[in-house]
Design a protein around this ligand. Structure first.
Ligand code: ZN
Length: 416
């Protein structure tokens, strides 16, 4: 049972972490994408050592790793907890000023420094479940960074709890705080072997109870149309304009299906994300998504046939078609290690939290890690409205995550 008298530290830690601007940069080719992330990572190493995780260290890329040693004679698999320190490039993370709304009583929350920014009850139905809770928002001028500094603070507090409660038995626990998750590069330099965990959990989900074990499977496709450019003054019967080939092709895509704007739940899509063109060459980039990896091939064949059909309408033009594999649904891996999910659900049940099993219409660091040999579902961290001025998190939800992590560590020990 979780000590009812425990004095949580996650909120104080969180309020400190959000003061570090750790916005990652999509256009950067360095690693980490912006070195300012390292300032928080360095501070986390000091903090981890301070609570007793003596081997805490940051590597040359900015990954922080640390060990909480086992306190049991049982042979328990090493499990990991992972969160990311960076925040989204979408909204500024400079000078974050958190505001605590104590004992929320329903209705809209107007953000004090910019009254046009409102967390309105109508479009935030989860607020209905949060009456009486203490909610942290921004002042309206930045994002909050609960994604994923809430996760960082919760993991830190759970380690603090376990160190101060040696009667709670657990195996070896490994911590990792990564840079650059928001720009899709959080696992790029992740040393799975050095990390040494058999299974892990990212603490990067949203609503209380969320256990995410499914992500999209994802490919990228690049289609190139080759036209023929001649001086427009003398182009009659000679020019083949690639701009027009590309437009014709895009116009033939389905209008009411197979796109992000016409699908939800378990439906997949083909989605053109950019087009670069002159008369000679048009290059169109697509992302292809579905929960079922075999469907990707189907979508790709569909696009290829459509492109072939298009060039037939422009005699003399040609096309090139390239598929780039991105990531796969982590469910294929997690199904082979069912106790990873089962133990998480067991921990939630013990705490009286209703598990919500949801599928992510996107990828997570966990989906990549699962295919790098580290099965890693995603658990809730409590934040809402990620990547927006209206981001918020309830203090009591953060504390629930601390309890979940500590309980989950104990469940693994009991089941070993
Ligand atoms: Zn996140």
């Amino acid at each position: 049972m979780f000590d009812p008298n425990y004095k949580f530290t996650c909120v104080d830690r969180f309020l400190k972490y959000v003061k570090y601007d750790t916005q990652s940069n999509e256009d950067s080719t360095t690693f980490p994408s912006d070195p300012k992330q390292l300032e928080l990572s360095k501070a986390l190493v000091v903090e981890l050592k301070g609570i007793g995780l003596k081997d805490a260290e940051m590597d040359e890329y900015g990954y922080v790793m640390a060990t909480l040693p086992s306190n049991t004679s049982k042979n328990v698999p090493t499990i990991g907890f992972i969160a990311h320190v960076d925040t989204s490039p979408a909204v500024t993370g400079t000078n974050v000023n958190p505001v605590i709304h104590k004992n929320y009583q329903g209705g809209d929350i107007v953000l004090p420094k910019d009254p046009t920014k409102i967390i309105d009850a109508a479009s935030n139905p989860e607020l209905k479940e949060m009456i009486g809770l203490d909610i942290i928002t921004t002042d309206g001028t930045t994002l909050l960074g609960a994604d994923d500094k809430a996760g960082v603070a919760e993991i830190m507090d759970a380690m603090n709890y376990l160190i101060n409660h040696p009667e709670v038995k657990h195996g070896t626990i490994r911590i990792c705080f990564t840079p650059d998750e928001e720009v899709g590069r959080g696992t790029e330099k992740f040393d799975v072997k050095k990390y040494g965990a058999k299974y892990a959990y990212t603490i990067d989900g949203s609503t209380r109870g969320e256990v995410e074990t499914e992500t999209f499977s994802a490919d990228a496709v690049v289609i190139k149309f080759n036209g023929k450019n001649v001086h427009p003054g003398y182009a009659k019967n000679k020019m083949i304009n690639a701009v027009k080939i590309a437009s014709r092709f895009l116009e033939m895509l389905p209008k009411n299906s197979l796109s992000p704007e016409t699908t939800d739940e378990r439906e997949g899509y083909v989605h053109p994300t950019s087009i670069k063109s002159d008369e000679t060459l048009a290059a169109i980039k697509f992302i292809i998504r579905d929960f079922d990896a075999s469907k990707l091939k189907e979508y790709e064949n569909f696009l290829k046939e459509l492109a072939e059909k298009t060039v037939l309408q422009f005699p003399g033009s040609t096309m090139e078609f390239e598929v780039i594999e991105q990531y796969r649904n982590m469910k294929y891996i997690l199904d082979q290690h069912s106790m990873v999910e089962e133990n998480a659900i067991e921990a939630l049940n013990r705490l009286g939290i209703k598990p919500i099993n949801s599928a992510i219409r996107g990828g997570t660091d966990g989906s990549r890690l699962s295919y790098m040999g580290l099965p890693t579902p995603n658990l809730f961290a409590g934040g809402h409205n990620f990547h927006a001025f209206t981001e918020y998190v309830a203090i009591q939800d953060m504390e629930a995550v601390v309890k979940m992590i500590a309980t989950l560590a104990n469940v693994w020990e009991e089941k070993a």
